[in-house]
Design a protein around this ligand. Structure first.
Ligand code: ZN
Length: 326
């Protein structure tokens, strides 16, 4: 069985052309996006060409970034627990970087949600006998074809060895030597299968794509995501963290609670502005033309989710929630 990613051969081609033109990776540093047309083409170009970076989070803990969503590794005496597995085309490079940092084999893998840039390495790790854990809806999403509106992403139907075999509903805990991991789902937010992982006593929160630092987020409306759910989950994370917590976002550098607070303010203000447009009977195109994110775009609008796409997602989410018959 082959993964269905009908947009990716095209984006791989664009990435190749781009690399040939710029002859190097310097201009593809994190945060810069390529020339692809859809969100996924732009993102995939970036994931395929960004250098893989290893960042120390604490003793025995690292973040790996560049090859998709951020991945986090936590070591115990004889094993490594991994959170998220990047894109499939760079998984052996990721595996090498993890082993170089940790010196121990990966035995467990937690997926923060089903998207390809967080689960692309599942086949590699699952085939090698790694136990994959996730919120129960991740397995459902990965088992069938999914279409994510406004992004160009069509994916899912992963092979059996890539599917989570340990599935939880609301919360569960894992022990990795002295570190206790609490896995929590606060209801649909970015998708309907999001997991936030609190690591204590290290005081690290791995939050997946509920937070990208600092780019407009994708709200996967077809997978149950919503702007209200995003804000609800962010509020819960803010309540569980403090000024010393290191927050590992789904994309972008390690953040602080104050960065997450800024992001919460962005979501709340944009939701309010678009609510006003919805109440005034504006169409989605009129809402985009009203530029309700304008004063936020300098800080948040340079990622692969453009202001236009973000407004469309929030608008549609609010239309869905305001109409019980939809
Ligand atoms: Zn995602």
């Amino acid at each position: 069985m082959k993964n269905l990613r009908n947009v990716r051969p095209a984006s791989a081609f664009i990435a190749f052309v781009c690399a040939a033109v710029i002859s190097g990776t310097a201009s593809q540093a994190a945060g810069q996006v390529g020339t692809g047309e859809t969100v996924i083409q732009k993102a995939t170009e970036q994931f395929e060409s960004s250098p893989l970076k290893t960042t120390s989070l604490d003793k025995g803990m690292w973040m790996f970034s560049g090859d998709g969503g951020n991945a986090t590794a936590i070591v115990a005496e004889s094993s490594t627990l991994l959170i998220d597995s990047g894109i499939d085309s760079r998984v052996s490079e990721l595996g090498d970087a993890i082993f170089k940092a940790t010196g121990r084999p990966v035995t467990r893998l937690v997926n923060t949600h089903w998207h390809f840039d967080h689960t692309g390495g599942n086949v590699y790790f699952g085939s090698g006998g790694v136990t994959i854990l996730a919120q129960e809806n991740v397995k459902k999403r990965l088992s069938s074809v999914q279409n994510v509106p406004f992004t160009g992403l069509r994916d899912g139907h992963y092979p059996t060895q890539a599917l989570p075999t340990v599935n939880y509903a609301d919360s569960t805990t894992l022990q990795q030597d002295a570190q206790k991991l609490t896995l929590v789902n606060y209801g649909p937010a970015h998708t309907d299968g999001d997991t936030i992982i609190y690591i204590a006593p290290a005081n690290i929160a791995v939050v997946g794509d509920i937070f990208s630092n600092h780019f407009y987020p994708i709200i996967d409306l077809a997978s149950g995501g919503s702007i209200d759910g995003m804000i609800h989950s962010v509020d819960q994370i803010l309540a569980q963290t403090n000024g010393q917590t290191k927050i590992v976002p789904g994309h972008g550098p390690v953040a602080t609670r104050s960065d997450l607070q800024d992001y919460r303010d962005l979501l709340v203000q944009v939701r309010q502005r678009i609510k006003v447009l919805v109440a005034a009977g504006k169409t989605i195109n009129e809402a985009v033309a009203a530029a309700p994110t304008k004063d936020f775009d300098a800080k948040w609008g340079s990622g692969y989710v453009s202001p236009d796409v973000f407004v469309r997602m929030v608008f549609t989410s609010l239309m869905d929630s305001s109409n019980p018959n939809r």
